[in-house]
Design a protein around this ligand. Structure first.
Ligand code: COA
Length: 253
């Protein structure tokens, strides 16, 4: 279930899918794309934020149960869809704030990276567990991580699939503001008020200009990433990795 809560010109998207820990199913991706596109057109909205209503998880990434059945062609379509969502977020004319209060893994981490501003609490944990499933970060993460860190840290994060806590994420420059989980909502509301008093036109063109720095540079790389994701999904490691997750056992690659 995805709820919407508006306070002044700030809209909060509240994701609450406890059954799969807010995993990005195709249905959720499509819903978020449409929702954000509609919010972008609404003149009463100036700032958008993405929250999880779950206690310990922001988003557990792609829906492993759903995509475990995919092969090359479905993988490619799925990759394109994920990229579309990240592009809609990143190129929003209104700033989008990630409010991270738990695990942000895989596609969840990729959403965090695509947002314009990141608030996180002491409970936030970030990681790219994809290699444990036989794939790579396929919703732009293998490229967007470079907006924040260099090759050494990016490679370490991606090939180990390890989790990092909010201190490390903050140290790496990924997180703008670390606030206590009790204050997360209040702090984002205060920040949105600050943005509200600024010019929406100025902000819109500033976002465009900032994105220009990155978009052209990584366009080809993002297309390659989609193909690599699809290739991984055609492979035996993907069967083993997703089966192991669903059977709650360690994978044997
Ligand atoms: N896709 C589909 N289902 C998921 C999921 C995902 N990404 N993440 C969790 N779930 C499901 C679990 O299978 C479990 O289902 P079940 O109750 O039918 O067994 C349920 O959500 C609860 O998950 P659980 O692992 O017990 O919750 P937790 O609070 O102990 O741990 C996480 C939370 C996010 C740390 C853990 O679920 C996790 O690591 N998820 C996978 C993350 C991942 O690999 N993402 C990358 C995808 S590319």
């Amino acid at each position: 279930m995805i709820n919407i809560n508006q306070k002044g010109s700030l809209v909060k998207i509240l994701i609450c899918e406890p059954g799969n820990k807010n995993a990005l199913s195709i249905e959720v991706i499509d819903y978020l794309i449409k929702l954000i596109q509609d919010l972008k057109k609404n003149p009463k909205i100036k700032v958008i934020s993405i929250f999880s209503e779950l206690n310990n998880v922001f988003m557990a990434g792609a829906d492993i149960r759903e995509f475990s059945k995919f092969r090359y062609m479905e993988g490619k379509e799925y990759g394109k869809k994920g990229h579309h969502l990240m592009n809609v977020i990143e190129n929003s004319n209104k700033p989008i704030i990630a409010a991270v209060n738990g695990y942000a893994l895989g596609g969840g981490f990729e959403i965090v990276l695509a947002c314009h501003i990141r608030f996180a609490s002491e409970k936030a944990i970030f990681g790219f567990p994809e290699v444990k499933l036989g794939i790579l970060p396929g919703f732009g993460g293998s490229q967007r991580i470079f907006d924040y860190v260099g090759k050494s840290i990016a490679t370490d994060l991606i090939i180990t699939g390890k989790n990092i806590n909010v201190e490390d994420a903050s140290k790496y420059g990924i997180i703008n503001y670390v606030v206590s989980s009790d204050n997360l909502e209040n702090e984002i509301e205060k920040y949105a008020l600050e943005l509200e008093s600024n010019s929406s036109i100025g902000i819109k063109y500033a976002i465009k200009s900032i994105n220009n720095r990155f978009n052209k540079l990584r366009k080809n790389a993002l297309n390659f990433e989609i193909n690599y994701l699809a290739e991984c999904m055609d492979n035996k490691d993907f069967n083993e990795g997703t089966s192991a997750f669903l059977e709650k056992r360690k994978s044997n690659f």
